[in-house]
Ligand binder design. Sequence first.
Ligand SMILES: [Zn+2]
Ligand SMILES: [Zn+2]
Length: 682
Amino acid sequence: MEPQYDHKKIEAEIYKKWEDSGAFSPQVKRGKTPFTIIMPPPNANDPLHIGHARFVAIEDVLTRYHRMKGDSALWLPGSDHAGIETQYVFEKKLKEKGQSRFDFDRDTLYKMIWEYVKENTGVMESQLKKLGASCDWSRFKFTLDPEIVKVVYKTFKKLYDDGLIYRGERILNYCPRCGTFYSQLEVDYVERDDKLYYLDYGKIIIATTRPETIFADVAVAVNPKDNRYKDLVGINAKIPLINREIPIIADSLVEQGTGTGALKVTPAHDPTDFEIGQKHNLPVISVIDDGGRMVGTPEKYIGMKAETARAEVVKDLAEKGYITKTESIQHTVGTCYRDHGLIEPAISKQWFLKVKPLTEKSLLAIKKKEVVFATERFEKIAKNWYRNLKDWNISRQIVWGIRIPAYRCDKCLEWTITDGTTPDKCSACGHNKLTQDSDTFDTWFSSGQWPFATLKTTNPEDFEYFYPTSVMETAYDILPFWVIRMIMLGIYATGEVPFREVLIHGLVRDKEGQKISKSKGNVINPIEMAEKYGADALRMGILWGALIENDVSLSEENINAQRKFCNKVWNASRFASQFSGEARSNKAFDKRLSEIVNKVTKNLEKYKLSQAAELLYSEFWHWYCDECIENAKKGEVGAKQLKEGLLVFLKLLHPFVPFITEQIWKEIGEESLLISAPWPKA
Ligand SMILES: [Zn+2]
Ligand SMILES: [Zn+2]
């Protein structure tokens, strides 16, 4: 053996050997237990960040462990087109060039983004290899692969035929800057300081934070139990500045304790008001357009941005004596999760998925333990989401994604839904001129189908054999976006849960426990770390010190400490493999070794990877090296036993530090590859 371990010299070569050996690509073997993890697909055009390194370490340990146990272990990799995220990044690049997405037609824009993604693709894949990910590249999928799109279309058509898809007019979360509607999950609610204006509506005083929308008022509502206003219900109030008369109505949605207890009802610009308006059959008047500018107001405000108009309207109201009081308040407002600007609730026609039949089945599957959350608190969160989920708006006004296979008849305006084929005539009237909806599916609608969409489009028997998959391992922050959608759509489309277990991991934080972000300047680049200290040291460092479900603190010192451990493994292996002392078999040695195998195996079965890693570290260093090797020098442990012990340790360590263990395995003369060696028995 070389006196020193140099990861730079060997990592790439070892990875290639593994890949060439076919170890990553499991066979469908009846009678053999499958073990399947579908990788959460990283963005196709982005490099990996430290959060990805955590999932790589966790999922690779599990896959390697099950492979060595003799299971048909499949870790299926993929990449994500990441709809709005990618289009957002691309649009920022356009902006740098003084252009915007609105300068191009739909097809041109799509092609431009496709080219952009293609240019940047491949980085993520080579980085996964660098970290030692033993995933099956022959089964790699991209979310926009034509065969994946076909599956997504099929599900959509089935949902439509089952009456679960409808076209609904809804008040939705609209971002005037992104120019798109968002689902409730994509809105961040934040506390904000604002002014509350008390306005004189003739017979009644109302309080509002949005005086620029008074022109869209259609009623004033009070709570039916509010004695102050009982006599006013049924008579008219008057909108200031324009003097339009609107009715005073009673509705239990109005909170008596808020403001004056009288609410101006503006259905086009507020979700609660929309609901009240629907109940009372009130008209919908909109005074803010798609670009966030005023329309249909008195002339002087037309074309102003809403925030500017607010200041102007307040000035005019004050001048004319309509403001009776102004208060500072702190309240919650919806902001865009991408650009953090204000969300403008607005009316739109969209495709909706009725979620109730799907959420009910998901809740039932959780109850029946068909799908189990490894950590209880995440099960609670998931159930809570299911219980409160509103119908899901699955259309997005972006081009980068899977275009909705809905075609509108130019003549009768009815929709024809297909499974992706272009219809030759309208299904309602037979007319032959149809126009496809320009919207795309919400990314989570397609990625919610990922476990079965991937397995149905790889090898012919894959789906039957590997589905339902064993475990879905993913980050905490996409539990509501992704995990609950996969369970809903998986059960709907296949009749079975997509995975048996859900394993959620926490964040990677810096050594002070702070969230890692560019603005804080505490970014840890996983690839730089792997290059500097070796992929093995990075993997150990990131698994170290925290259970999977908790946040983990990572620092360069941690990683360096694990490099020292790797060096220790190398040096000890060198000694043990060259040692030639004789001694009779030491029973205590065998017993201890067998206990270690037992504990590590148990920890791995329970996903307690940090405990397994820490145990291996201390047993190898403080027992095997400090005691056994020293005892061997004194003649108390023989060469044969020492070497046998080393082989067991190399196997146990392999899932955690695969490169160095594989290299030692070869250097000490083992012929086959360690990656395919059998897991030791206790
Ligand atoms: Zn936005
Ligand atoms: Zn028609």
